[in-house]
Write a protein that binds this ligand. Structure first.
Ligand code: SF4
Ligand code: SF4
Ligand code: FES
Length: 232
């Protein structure tokens, strides 16, 4: 099977380039991360990419595979069009090969204050929630911060310093939806203005690529609706 992989080492390369590799005898069920590890171990130890858990949990091996952002460890090589073209997640600075600088992504994540803000005295034992209140967090808390969505979003490409991006906004809605959180007004106020929230144009690239099947576009729509409701 043929692979064409983006290469760039800022210490030795003036420009990025694409490098071809061929892997023979790929076993059925092989995931792309395993194929990349074989290339690294058998052919070219300089090939660099992030990975850890190998089962879609840590979120570290997001990359662009034949034009679509995905996690390499849960992407079967079988059925991928050849040559398999692998690039770093788009729109972010490249540190080396498939490794991108996620600083802007995390800055936007931190900016939505992704933690519970409680003003009442903290209960001695635990915060109580009804099953219905807890159910509202389903489809929101499962995000693994892989960055596949925000780096597929044209609004984030053009304004990564101003638009929060789908991953951060999904987390904003996760805390706005939480019955225990008491900072709704402040959270909504923080998102006012033309960029942080309203730069989303509902193109839904983010939904198409999320490996956890989450829906940032719906979360963004819900924040907009809540903002409107609170203004009336
Ligand atoms: S729906 Fe919004 S957040 Fe998602 S990709 Fe489109 S512009 Fe970006
Ligand atoms: S919403 Fe999905 S694609 Fe975006 S960071 Fe979370 S898990 Fe990754
Ligand atoms: S290696 Fe952890 S998500 Fe792929």
């Amino acid at each position: 099977m043929l692979f064409t992989i983006y290469r760039f080492n800022p210490e030795t390369d003036a420009m990025p380039y694409m490098q071809e590799y061929e892997l023979l005898d790929i076993e059925p069920g092989t995931m792309l991360r395993d194929a990349l590890l074989r290339i690294k171990n058998e052919q070219d130890e300089t090939l660099s990419f992030r990975h850890s858990c190998g089962e879609g949990v840590c979120g570290s091996d997001g990359m662009n595979i034949n034009g679509t952002n995905a996690l390499a460890c849960v992407s079967a090589v079988e059925g991928l069009k050849e040559p398999v073209i692998i690039r770093p997640l788009p729109g972010m600075p490249v540190i080396r090969d498939l490794i991108i600088d996620m600083t802007q992504f995390y800055t936007q994540y931190r900016a939505v204050k992704p933690w519970l803000i409680v003003k009442d005295p903290i209960p001695d034992v635990e915060f109580k929630q009804t099953p219905e209140q807890r159910d509202k967090l389903d489809g929101l808390y499962e995000c693994i911060l892989c960055g596949c969505c925000s780096t597929a979003c044209p609004s984030f490409w053009w304004n990564p310093d101003k638009f929060r991006g789908p991953a951060a906004l999904l987390q904003s809605w996760r805390f706005l939806s939480d019955s225990r959180d008491q900072a709704t007004a402040e959270r909504l106020q923080d998102l006012e203005g033309p960029y942080k929230l309203f730069r989303c144009h509902s193109i839904m690239n983010c939904v198409d690529v999320c490996p956890k099947h989450l829906n940032p576009t719906k979360a963004i729509g819900n924040i907009k609706k809540l903002m409107l409701k609170n203004m009336l």
